[in-house]
Write a protein that binds this ligand. Structure first.
Ligand SMILES: *[C@@H]1O[C@H](CO)[C@@H](O)[C@H](O)[C@H]1NC(C)=O
Ligand SMILES: *[C@@H]1O[C@H](CO)[C@@H](O)[C@H](O)[C@H]1NC(C)=O
Ligand SMILES: *[C@@H]1O[C@H](CO)[C@@H](O)[C@H](O)[C@H]1NC(C)=O
Ligand SMILES: CC(=O)N[C@H]1CO[C@H](CO)[C@@H](O)[C@@H]1O
Length: 568
């Protein structure tokens, strides 16, 4: 049995078949999963005679949905109805979708009509996606990053990534909840809270913290409230919620995807990426959003200005064959408490990776890790925020609260009661305001160079180079910080769930569960800049050999499914 599934795997398997016996061999475990899925499919079939091939939205892939659309088993309008029905089922308790796009139905109807006329805007024509609430849209939805400071603000046009989604025929179904300001306000707020929409939760344990800051995107993608979701990461905000919600997350190289008209934290670290249930679906979504944008200069530094790699083609079963994969043992040892519940599964994953033909290199340490850990916070993101926020605000077409800079923002937040100040402080802003810092301060350049050393020579880049590695693997909970400093990519894949005897831990000061039995965790593949193609090869091969996602047990799931709404 794969460790890290513990009683959950037993529970699920006995639920499904009652008589399957799990053995230590992975092959037999895979047979057990197959049993589960077959039973589930049969149950769904019972609902309607013509629904034999209607996928359940909890796990539906792009391939399955597109097949159904092409064969006219259902329409994009049916998908919108089903996803919104599912959202209505779980949103009162979990509060993950902040806003539904009031135009979703008319957009779906238009795309259905185009399909009927033989027109496809792109390979994913007609699939609904959710986007994080800091990704800009010029439509009837808010782009508020969860703060009343940006409520009713209006952008002159869509963000570049949203424009790309629309041009490819994807339906923006709504805005997913997020930790306010993408977790860049408070040092003592709860993860997954914002003033506008309140506290959100995950599906695996009552009041489970979804992780920050792209928590709503992660929960929604996990529960099939959309085909897929987009999130943003500055330091962990895609990969952490993805691991805590049992899905795949791709944090792209900074500059692979445009941040234009996305509410910023830091131009040096921000990136927009896919949060999906499978690696292949992540690759498909990345394909659409990647590429140069003259309005985000970092994307012009991409080596792919003429042609983006074929990310889907990178998803091959042989993807681990011959790869050199390092383990940053000192990072694991220095975070022993954080990874205790996932270590057995992580060790097993290393065996799976080696069995798939990769060369494992031990002790490819991040040499500056302990030095970096002594630092209380990252000054670069704080100084960048001062400049990048003001720049974003200056481009708004409408700015009803007249907030033009970080001082205005803090003043508003302190005085507007729904922002719950001071119970939730504004520490991230206080430090830079009080020191009068911004990215043009004399202090900026030396500190930024030090960051590049920590994350580079002393972090991920040094480890890759010294040992000629294709990737470093780490438990996802400790994977993000060094890549954040140098803008390198990460892919996280589901690996297991906290064992039954895990102690329940709450976030300090809040009724939000940080750790508990059944809380999912993942494994991360870390690579050099622009190495998404290679990382996808490895992540896909690992996912296909393990298929952990289907084996975890949820506390809540939506009731409505596609088969219930077809033709309504
Ligand atoms: C890497 O870190 C491990 C664990 O902290 C330590 O035992 C080992 O000696 C280190 N290896 C190198 C080459 O520094
Ligand atoms: C958060 O910090 C502020 C001071 O910065 C304090 O007044 C408040 O009580 C703290 N909240 C919690 C929940 O600890
Ligand atoms: C500071 O921010 C501005 C606005 O984004 C940018 O043009 C400039 O290059 C930044 N300076 C540094 C040193 O990063
Ligand atoms: C709003 C804005 O700055 N848009 C610019 C994006 O980039 C194109 C191409 O350089 C410009 O023409 C736009 O003005």
């Amino acid at each position: 049995m794969f460790p890290g599934l513990s009683c959950y795997q037993w529970h699920e398997v006995t639920h499904c078949e009652g008589k399957l016996i799990l053995s230590l061999s992975l092959a037999l475990s895979l047979a057990a999963i197959w049993g589960c899925r077959k039973i589930h499919a049969q149950k769904t079939q019972g609902k309607s005679s013509s629904s034999g091939q209607i996928p359940s939205l909890l796990d539906a892939t792009a391939d399955q949905l597109l097949t159904g659309l092409e064969r006219e088993w259902f329409t994009s309008s049916d998908l919108v109805n089903a996803y919104l029905g599912r959202t209505n089922d779980v949103n009162p308790a979990l509060r993950v979708v902040m806003e539904v796009n009031p135009d979703a139905w008319s957009i779906a109807a238009e795309l259905d009509m185009e399909r009927a006329q033989g027109r496809r805007r792109g390979p994913l024509h007609g699939l609904p996606v959710l986007i994080k609430g800091n990704i800009g849209t010029r439509d009837r939805m808010q782009t508020n990053a969860g703060s009343y400071a940006l409520q009713d603000a209006i952008l002159p046009a869509d963000s570049t990534v949203v424009a790309k989604l629309r041009n490819h025929g994807l339906i923006i179904l709504g805005k997913a909840s997020l930790t306010e300001w993408s977790m860049f306000r408070s040092s003592n707020s709860s993860h997954g809270w914002n003033a506008v929409f309140g506290q959100m939760y995950s599906a695996y344990y009552p009041k489970q913290c979804p992780g920050g800051s792209s928590g709503g995107s992660a929960v929604a993608s996990d529960l099939g409230l959309a085909w897929a979701a987009l999130g943003t990461e500055t330091d962990g905000s895609i990969v952490i919620p993805c691991e805590r919600n049992n899905i795949v997350g791709i944090k792209p190289t900074v500059g692979l995807t445009s941040r234009y008209r996305v509410v910023p934290i830091s131009e040096h670290q921000d990136t927009v990426g896919p949060m999906t249930r499978t690696v292949k679906d992540g690759a498909k979504l990345l394909q659409i959003i990647a590429g140069p944008d003259p309005n985000d200069t970092y994307t012009i530094a991409s080596p792919f200005t003429h042609r983006t790699p074929n990310y889907l083609a990178a998803c091959k079963l042989s993807g681990l064959q011959g790869k050199r994969i390092g383990i940053a043992q000192n990072v694991i040892d220095e975070s022993a408490e954080k990874v205790a519940h996932s270590m057995e599964a992580f060790q097993y994953a290393i065996k799976v990776i080696a069995d798939a033909g990769a060369n494992i290199v031990e002790n490819t340490n991040f040499t500056a890790y302990s030095e970096w850990k002594k630092r209380e916070y990252n000054p670069v993101t704080r100084m960048d925020f001062v400049t990048n926020l003001a720049q974003y605000l200056s481009k708004l077409e409408r700015n009803p609260r007249k907030i033009h800079n970080i001082e205005d923002l803090r003043r508003f937040t302190w005085s507007f009661p729904p922002e719950e100040y001071p119970a939730r402080n504004t520490r991230n802003w206080d430090t830079v305001i009080e020191a009068g810092l911004s990215n043009t301060s004399l202090e900026f350049w030396p500190i930024y160079q030090q960051n590049l050393y920590f994350g580079g020579e002393g972090g991920i880049l040094g480890a890759l180079e010294r040992h000629s590695l294709d990737a470093v693997v780490l438990p996802t909970v400790i994977a993000a910080s060094m890549p954040a400093l140098v803008g390198t990519p990460i892919i996280t894949v589901p690996l297991g769930a906290a064992p039954c005897d895990t102690a329940v831990e709450k976030e300090i000061g809040w009724d939000v569960v940080e750790m508990a039995p059944g809380v999912p965790f993942g494994i991360s593949f870390l690579g050099a800049k622009w190495s998404e193609e290679t990382l996808l090869e490895m992540a896909y091969a690992f996912e296909q050999r393990t298929m952990i996602r289907q084996r975890l047990k949820r506390d809540v799931s939506p009731r409505v499914d596609l088969v219930d709404v077809i033709g309504e």
